[in-house]
Structure formats: C-alpha cells, structure tokens
Design a protein around this ligand. Sequence first.
Ligand code: AMP
Ligand code: MG
Length: 336
Amino acid sequence: MMKKTVALLVVACILCVLLTGCAPKQAENEFFAMDTVMKLTAYGKNGQEAVEAAEDEIIRLDALLSISSETSEVAAVNADGGGTLSEETSALIRRAEGFYRETGGAFDITVYPLVDAWGFYTEMYKVPSPAELANCLERTGGDKLQLDGNVLSFLESGMAIDLGGIAKGYASDRVCAICKEYGVKSAIITLGGNVYAIGTRPDGTPWKVAIQDPTDPAAYAGVLELEDKAAVTSGAYERYFEEDGVRYHHIINPKTGYPAESGLASVTIVSADGTMADALSTALFVMGKDTALDYWRQHSSEFDAVLVTDTGAVTVTRGIADCFSTTDGSPFEVAE
Ligand code: AMP
Ligand code: MG
C-alpha cells in the first residue's frame, strides 16, 4: 500500500514537472493609455521584460503624440500654430502626409477643427451648424500643412493636427520591434481596436483575432487567423453620440465635415505594417466599399481588408480569404 502511494506520488510529481515545464511562461500587462485599454501578452523567455519595456514605450509615445497632454509635441504645435518637432514625430507626420496623398484626402490629420466642432475631444457632443462646419473646412486639408525638415507650419490660422487615426498603429509597430529585440516569438498586442499578432500562439498555431459585429457589440462578424500581422479596425460603433434619433460617429469625412456616411459600418485592415493598417482603416472607412476595393486592388501586396457594410454584409479581400471565417458559417463575399 505504502509503495503504491509513493509510486503514485512520484508519477504525479513527474507529470507536474513535465506539464509546467512544457507550458510556456506567460507575461501579461494591462493599462490605460492613448484613450484606450491596452493589453500586452507575451510568451516564453524575456516576456515579462518585453511587456514592461513595451508599456514604457507606449507611455512615452502617448506623452509625445497626444493632443490632450499639454506637454506633448503635438499639443505644443497645435497651441503655437506650428513649430519644431522631434525627428520621430516629424517622421510619423510625414507618413500621415503620404497617406493623405495616396488616399485622395480620405486620411487627413488636419481634421482636428472638425472633430472638435462635433465635441469628440471634450465629450460635449453637438451637431455643428453648416456655417460652423464651413468655417472649420477652411482650416482643414493636408495641403495646408507644411513640414520642412522638422519644422511644421500651418498655412491657415486656427489649424491643428490629430494623430488619433495613426498613433496606435505606430505604437503597435514599436511594441512589435521591442518584442523582437527581447527575442519574444509569441505575443498578442491589443491597443484598443489595434491588434498585432506576433509570431504564432505558443502551440505553433496562428493567432485568432475576432472582428466585432458592428451592429451587435456582443457578437462577432468573423475571425481572422494571423501570424506576424496587424489587424486594425475602424468602426462607426467605437465612438458616437445620438441626437434626434440620428447617430453621429467619430470618423469624419474631411471633404464634407460630417461623420463619413459611406455605407460601411467597419473596416479591418490586415498588414505587417501596423502604422499603415491604422491609417488605412480610417481612410477606407471614409472611402466606402467600391473606392476602398479599388484602392486595395492598387495596393494588394501591402495589405488586405475585411469590410462590413451598414446592412451587415461582409467582404474579404483575396489575400486573407482563407484566413477568415464567419462565426456562424454565414457566407461572405471575396473581392478579387
Ligand atoms: P480610427 O479609430 O483609427 O479610425 O481613428 C479615428 C480617430 O482619428 C478619430 O477619433 C479622430 O481623432 C481621427 N480622425 C477622424 N477622422 C479622420 C480622418 N478622416 N483622417 C484622419 N484622422 C481622422
Ligand atoms: Mg486608424
């Protein structure tokens, strides 16, 4: 009897050692930054060090790029009507300018006066009058922005920039770089609607990233299987207010000054370039389905997309069609 018990204990101990030995170490870090909840999970050696360094980096970027922090570089140029920026902030603005040109102005960091007029910064929401919007539109437009080296100038008075449509994507790229520096081969980074899947899951299978159903916060429109890719979603459901039964959301069409009414309820961009994925999720949302798909056809080597229309119809571009599935098995369109 005694021998049997000892034998069982030995087997239990061996199993225990084997199981804990096999399970990779998991490090998790959850915090609030850039106006959203951030969750970093890394597996294996150096995971803890990586997620701690990543949090420091995100906090540094928030302090540099935020429009609300009075000490940020972006807040300073907005308050001063221009000025000299760091190399890093200049480089990000230069990328934003590139997306402005490539997307025909759908992505435009000079939307600040418009976003402000709708009350999205202060949460004192209101529908601006046509005259107010016309005034804001005079102070909007990437062509009225000039970046000469690291010196930013506004060509109209009362202009300001908002990097909210691209900063989290840039932060995800920086986190990704930090994870690589620490030798982390498996991690999942969630910065609000910006996800970066680093490597695979610890068991070697792809990460699964769910896309929210824009019409039902409790449901998913589908799931993507990803490896070393960012998946960034812009959705009308993320931030909005209602007045007289009309819903007004936070993604502004820089040409009209109104929240984009393009027939799309959400756009998810999949790309190894998180900064690009972030800028394009906003831009393709503004463009609407047909123009968005035309844009994709010209840049299909750089990114893929999942488009969900106001009526819930799902279109997935060819490059990720095999990585996408709807949760209820309902059919979806594949764009070629
Ligand atoms: P996202 O959630 O990435 O689509 O970014 C939306 C945020 O970007 C908004 O909350 C605004 O701060 C800003 N934004 C709104 N419309 C635009 C636009 N057309 N181009 C660039 N940034 C925008
Ligand atoms: Mg964006």
